[in-house]
Design a protein around this ligand. Structure first.
Ligand code: SOE
Length: 382
C-alpha cells in the first residue's frame, strides 16, 4: 500500500477482514506499506498489521514478495505509481478519482492493459448491499425505462473559513475540489445504475477563496502549518461546489449536486431513480435500506416501501450477520476488495476498473469544460 492516512486505514481494515467473512479465492497478506514520513509510516505499519514499511514507494514496486499495489496517496501521485506498478507486472488498485486529468487516466489504463494486470478503482459505494440490490432491480427491468436520476453528495467539513488550505483544496495536488472528490462518486453510481453520460451542462463555485496554510491530520481533520509566519494564507484554486445536468445515452435525464458547503450534511451521499414502472431511493446515512416504489402495487397500498437490505438474498449481506443486523461504511470496502481478490486469483477483470476511471474522468472533464464555456458539452468529445 502506498499512503496510509484516512483511506489507508479503510483499505487495510478491509483487507484484514476479508477472510473473516468471505471464502475469497485469494487471501490478502499485508506485506509492505510506503510513506515519506518514517515515523508516520512505521506507526501505520504497526497499527494496520503490515509486515514492513518503506519510505520510498519505488522499493515496494521492486520487491518480489509483492503482487498488488494499492494507491491511497493524494491524487497527483496516482498516475506515476500506477503506471510504474503495472509496468512492473503488479496488479493495481487505486483510490478515486483515478487521475488528475483524462489524459493521465488514459495512460494508466493503457499501462495496465499492456501488462494484462488486474486493475481496480475504489468507488466503494457501489458495494453497499442496497446499491447492488438497486442495480439488480434495474437490470431485471423492475423500473422499466429510466426517466430520471438525481444524485447529491453533500458535505460540510470545510465551511469554517479558518479551515486550512489542505491538499484537498490545492489544484496541483488534487486536480479539482468537490468535483473529483465527491461528485466522482455519484457520477460513478449513476453510470453503474443507469448507464453512460451523453452530454452535460454545469456550474462550479468557490465560496471561500483564501485560507490559512495547513495540512490534513487524520480523517477529514486538519491543522495549521506549524512553520507559517504570521497569518500566511493561500488561494483556493478548486471548486467548493458543483451542480450539473446530464442527458444519458439511454435517454434518462440527470441532476447532480456535490458540495462541501451544505451545513449539517456530514456525508450525505444519496440518489433517487425514477422509471416507468417505479422508483428507488438510497442514502448512505441510512445505507442498509433501499426505498422502493412500484406503480403496479395495489391501489390504496401504493407508496414507497423501505427494504432492509440485510437478508441472505441481498448481495454480500449474507456474508455478515443474520437479517436485520446492519453493516456500515467499512463493509463497502471489504466487499470491494473481496472482488479484487477473486479477480486476481482467477485473472479476470473486476469492476469498477481503470476503464471506468477513464469514463468517469471524461465526465469530470466535461463538467469542468462546461462550467468554463457555459455551454452543453458532449462527453464523447473529451
Ligand atoms: C472527503 O470528501 C471524503 O473522504 C472523500 O474523499 C471520499 O471519497 C468520500 O467517500 C467521503 O468523503
Amino acid at each position: 500500500m502506498v499512503g496510509y492516512k484516512f483511506m489507508g486505514k479503510a483499505h487495510a481494515h478491509a483487507y484484514r477482514d476479508i477472510p473473516f467473512y468471505f471464502d475469497s479465492d485469494a487471501t490478502p497478506v499485508l506485506q509492505g506499506i510506503a510513506g515519506r514520513d518514517e515515523a508516520g509510516v512505521r506507526e501505520a505499519a504497526r497499527r494496520y498489521g503490515f509486515a514492513s514499511y518503506e519510505t520510498d514507494w519505488r522499493r515496494l514496486i521492486d520487491r518480489q514478495d509483492i503482487d498488488v499495489i494499492d494507491i491511497v496517496t493524494p491524487n497527483n501521485a496516482h498516475a506515476e505509481i500506477a503506471i510504474a506498478a503495472a509496468t512492473a507486472g503488479k496488479h493495481v488498485v487505486c483510490e478515486k478519482p483515478l487521475a488528475m486529468t483524462l489524459d493521465e487516466a488514459r495512460q494508466m489504463l493503457t499501462a495496465a492493459q499492456a501488462q494484462g494486470v488486474v486493475h481496480m478503482l475504489c468507488h466503494n459505494y457501489r458495494f453497499a448491499p442496497a446499491v447492488q440490490f438497486a442495480k439488480r432491480l434495474i437490470q431485471e427491468g423492475r423500473l422499466g425505462r429510466i426517466y430520471h436520476v438525481r444524485a447529491q453528495y453533500l458535505q460540510d467539513w470545510i465551511m469554517d473559513p479558518s479551515f486550512p488550505l489542505v491538499w484537498r483544496l490545492r489544484k496541483e495536488v488534487t486536480g479539482s475540489g468537490a468535483l473529483g472528490d465527491i461528485a466522482a462518486h455519484i457520477l460513478d453510481l449513476a453510470r453503474f445504475l443507469v448507464g453512460e453520460f451523453r452530454e452535460i451542462v454545469s456550474a462550479v463555485e468557490t465560496f471561500i477563496e483564501e485560507r490559512p496554510l495547513g495540512e490534513m491530520t487524520s480523517g477529514l481533520n486538519a491543522s495549521l502549518s506549524p512553520n507559517i509566519e504570521g497569518n500566511q494564507t493561500g488561494q483556493v484554486d478548486v471548486d467548493d461546489a458543483t451542480a450539473f445536468l446530464a442527458h444519458f445515452e439511454n435517454g434518462a435525464l440527470g441532476v447532480f449536486e456535490a458540495t462541501r458547503f451544505a451545513a449539517g450534511n456530514r456525508n450525505g451521499n444519496r440518489f433517487e431513480i425514477n422509471g416507468e414502472k417505479g422508483s428507488i431511493r438510497w442514502s448512505l446515512e441510512d445505507m442498509n435500506w433501499l426505498e422502493v416504489y412500484f406503480t403496479d402495487d395495489e391501489p390504496g397500498l401504493q407508496g414507497f416501501r423501505r427494504v432492509n437490505c440485510t437478508e441472505e438474498v441481498h448481495p454480500y449481506a449474507g456474508a455478515y450477520w443474520p437479517a436485520g443486523h446492519i453493516i456500515g461504511y467499512e463493509h463497502t470496502f471489504i466487499n470491494l476488495f473481496k472482488e479484487l481478490m477473486d479477480g486476481i486469483a482467477n485473472r479476470r477483470d473486476v469492476e469498477p476498473n481503470f476503464e471506468d476511471g477513464v469514463k468517469n474522468q471524461a465526465v469530470l472533464a466535461a463538467v469542468e469544460r462546461s462550467a468554463m464555456s457555459r455551454q452543453w458539452v458532449r462527453v464523447a468529445e473529451m
